[in-house]
Write a new protein. Structure first.
Length: 273
């Protein structure tokens, strides 16, 4: 018997499968997501939900809402249910991405039942669930939901932000941490398995070292050495990838410029004594 796929994680990004028996499931997922993205462009009165990838044993388990629907669900619908607000997850899919992220909803029947309890009936169109909310949200209302989400994120960031910081270096590290994982998944297939984890490991080392130094758990000399080693590793891997045309030119330039800025900041803030 064919081996069953592992369950799709609620906050995981979706990577297209190379297995023939799963390819159709991924194509169906992206088709539904593309429709949802199109509908969200003009959505100001509905909750629009689309199914995640259906793998064996997972039919109707995970659904998603992105765009305005994600904010409407979190800040307008969920309080009516008297339930804990959901997390809006970053969308790291390679295709048809929601720039503001998405919320995950567990089990289609549970969602339909919970929505019915507060007066909203589901209808199915194009493989999606659509709930008319009997309310047209103004631009100010939608902006207020996004401001509330940004405030929550800022509050969370304060918890993890280092006690003291070199602002210029910290900003570059954050940009590297946003850029490298996204670019790593675009590496040519034959190199991705070996070198994408190396790239992610190097940037993770830089982030962890910065926090340890800023929180005074390691001294400047130790931090400089670890930063330098991680930077050398990134340089070497990127050179190998570029020489083998494993990254597109835009990705090479973006990472290269950020890495150059980081080296400049490293020399300025962590000079050799």
């Amino acid at each position: 018997m064919p081996k069953q796929s592992k369950p799709t994680q609620p906050n995981g990004s979706i990577r297209p499968s190379t297995k023939p028996d799963e390819k159709l499931a991924y194509e169906t997922y992206f088709k539904h997501k593309q429709i949802a993205l199109s509908l969200e462009k003009i959505n100001n009165s509905r909750l629009i939900v689309f199914p995640s990838v259906e793998t064996k044993g997972q039919k109707d388990e995970w659904w998603k809402a992105g765009g305005n629907s994600a904010f409407i669900y979190k800040y307008y619908i969920r309080p009516q249910m008297h339930k804990t607000p959901p997390t809006i997850h970053p969308d790291t899919d390679l295709r048809y991405r929601f720039k503001d992220g998405f919320v995950s909803l567990h089990w289609k029947k549970t969602l339909v039942d919970n929505m019915a309890k507060i007066g909203y009936k589901a209808r199915e169109e194009y493989g999606l669930l659509i709930f008319d909310l009997n309310h047209t949200f103004t631009m100010n209302e939608l902006k207020s939901y996004r401001k509330a989400e940004q405030k929550d994120k800022d509050s969370l960031n304060q918890v993890f932000r280092p006690k003291q910081a070199h602002p210029d270096m910290y900003g570059i590290i954050i940009e590297l941490s946003k850029t490298i994982p996204v670019k790593a998944v675009k590496i040519k297939d034959s190199f991705r398995h070996d070198f994408a984890p190396e790239l992610n490991h190097s940037i993770a080392t830089i982030i962890k070292t910065y926090h340890r130094y800023a929180n005074q758990h390691i001294d400047k000399s130790a931090a400089r050495q670890i930063f330098s080693t991680a930077t050398d590793d990134l340089d070497a891997i990127l050179m190998l990838l570029c020489e083998n045309d494993c990254l597109d030119v835009t990705s090479q330039l973006r990472i290269g410029r950020l890495l150059a800025d980081f080296k400049t900041s490293l020399k300025r803030n962590f000079p050799n004594e």
